[in-house]
Ligand binder design. Structure first.
Ligand SMILES: NC(=O)c1ccc[n+]([C@@H]2O[C@H](COP(=O)([O-])OP(=O)(O)OC[C@H]3O[C@@H](n4cnc5c(N)ncnc54)[C@H](O)[C@@H]3O)[C@@H](O)[C@H]2O)c1
Length: 252
């Protein structure tokens, strides 16, 4: 006997799907049969990932989307809906961050990090929610362990990511009656283009890995496996949860 996950006929949108964790999630959901809408600020990255999915036998469409703009979100979702159909699953993965002492953040930098990471995620979720409710789909939010245990020099980002945990839990209570699951993943440090500078500043992968009970930092596929589980029927009785995927670094 074997267990398989079959998402054929279901449309999943992944924000920030053109790089790192979002790319791995897009490719993993496509391998499970989903039709994937890759919504990324970088049209070039989104196109590359969509082409690689197609070359692997999957179905994907790229859309250039800035989640900080409601107009851009609506335009991107229109492209995805017309190519693939209504959205069943949304993976809110796009974010932005700044690494510096809290006191040094300018109001503009605070607005940018909150505007993309927190407000932008809420805007995408609002834009896709009616589709997701109609199909009893799911929402996965990529938060961060920085929101749960704190991260020096990333206070504004951690505040935005903590806001996403509040959104996850409250929305889960609101839409549970429609059989929509809303869960969050809190990754530990994961080896992506976006985290390369942070990893270098922290002394490199090997040094960081010493703090991880499982002896290594994360790979994008580690997070994608958890996202697949949360999108799939295997997690149908889970909602409002925050799953740390962090090699045991955070145990809460
Ligand atoms: N890598 C880590 O160590 C780590 C740890 C915890 C949480 N996370 C979270 O995982 C997610 C992915 O991070 P990553 O490390 O893969 O980053 P990454 O930089 O490799 O990829 C992020 C992608 O998001 C896109 N993006 C950025 N701003 C956008 C916007 N306004 N609209 C649409 N797309 C936008 C980028 O173009 C890029 O393709 C983020 O939410 C991040 O906060 C990462």
């Amino acid at each position: 006997m074997s267990i398989s996950i079959d998402l054929a006929g279901q449309v999943a949108v992944v924000t920030g799907g053109g790089s790192g964790i979002g790319e791995a999630i897009s490719k993993t959901l496509a391998r499970a049969g989903a039709s994937v809408g890759i919504a990324d600020l970088s049209a070039e990255s989104a196109e590359r990932v969509a082409k690689e999915i197609a070359a692997d036998g999957g179905q994907a469409v790229a859309a250039a989307v800035d989640i900080a703009s409601r107009e851009s979100i609506e335009a991107g979702l229109a492209v995805i809906r017309s190519a693939l159909g209504p959205v069943a699953h949304l993976v809110n993965n796009a974010a932005t961050w700044s690494v510096k002492p809290f006191a040094d953040h300018t109001p503009t930098e605070i607005d940018r990090v909150i505007g993309v990471t927190l407000t932008g995620t809420m805007a995408v979720t609002q834009a896709a929610l009616a589709d997701i409710v109609a199909q009893a789909g799911s929402i996965v939010v990529i938060s961060s362990d920085g929101a749960r245990i704190g991260e020096r020099y990333m206070s504004v980002y951690a505040a935005a990511k903590a806001g996403l945990i509040g959104l996850t839990k409250s929305l889960a209570r609101e839409v549970g009656r429609y059989q929509v699951n809303v869960n969050a993943i809190a990754p530990g440090t994961t080896n992506t283009p976006g985290s390369a500078g942070f990893i270098e500043q922290a002394g490199g992968q090997e040094k960081l890995a010493r703090a991880y009970p499982l002896g290594r930092i994360g790979e994008p596929q580690d997070i994608a496996n958890a996202a697949l589980f949360l999108v799939s029927p295997l997690s149908s009785w889970m909602t409002g949860q925050v799953l740390s995927v962090s090699g045991g670094f955070t145990m809460v």
